[in-house]
Design a protein around this ligand. Structure first.
Ligand SMILES: CC(C)(COP(=O)(O)OP(=O)(O)OC[C@H]1O[C@@H](n2cnc3c(N)ncnc32)[C@H](O)[C@@H]1OP(=O)(O)O)[C@@H](O)C(=O)NCCC(=O)NCCS
Length: 166
């Protein structure tokens, strides 16, 4: 049996979600569109609101510590609500290479099925583990945005990926 328990995070998880999210943003500034600087200013209520607006799945280790997250957002806009976005994927180093990352992406895919026609994500083109993870789960690259992120003066290209759920 897997050492990790998965469930959708709720408002009561806002503090621990905030801590894990900020940890990811701090350790991997190039992996996320958002920045630690911006989100560290936000109070727990802001994160609780985010948990209400998006379906964010969390993985807990045997001690009950939140060690991984992945989110699904579905736009409200009529013309784009058929496309879901997988975002905010992060697993702490100690829980990597364990299958947890895969289970989190699978939870997002399961949640998206029946609600949207396709899932999209962006990933920094040099992020080999993430690219490999998404590819193994069926995501296909459909574009490259040059200089998508600028982190302290350094530019990163992003690969655009999609998974058809039809
Ligand atoms: C992306 C992330 C969630 C992946 O989780 P993980 O536990 O490292 O995933 P895995 O160990 O299952 O690795 C995924 C695949 O990449 C491979 N991989 C790992 N490191 C690699 C490397 N340096 N180069 C190439 N492939 C690599 C693994 O072998 C695995 O493939 P396999 O299943 O065929 O063996 C995790 O690395 C992470 O949180 N990174 C920091 C934040 C981040 O990059 N988020 C993604 C934003 S899009």
């Amino acid at each position: 049996m897997s050492a990790f328990q998965l469930r959708r995070l709720e408002a009561r998880d806002a503090e621990r979600y905030r801590a894990l999210r900020l940890d990811g943003l701090l350790r991997h500034p190039e992996a996320f569109g958002a920045s630690h600087e911006d989100e560290a200013k936000q109070p727990p209520e802001w994160f609780a609101n985010r948990l209400a607006m998006a379906a964010i799945f969390g993985g807990f280790d045997a001690a009950g510590t939140l060690v991984g997250v992945a989110g699904l957002s579905i736009p409200n806009a009529i013309k784009s609500k058929h496309k879901g976005i997988l975002w905010g994927m992060y697993v702490v180093e100690a829980a990597r290479a364990s299958g947890l990352a895969r289970r989190l992406v699978e939870a997002v895919i399961d949640e998206a099925r029946g609600k949207v026609e396709q899932l999209q994500l962006t990933v920094v083109a040099s992020n080999a583990p993430a690219l490999r993870l998404y590819s193994k789960l069926g995501f296909v690259g459909y574009g490259l945005e040059k200089r998508a992120l600028c982190v302290d003066g350094q530019y990163f290209d992003e690969t655009l990926m999609a998974l058809s759920l039809d």
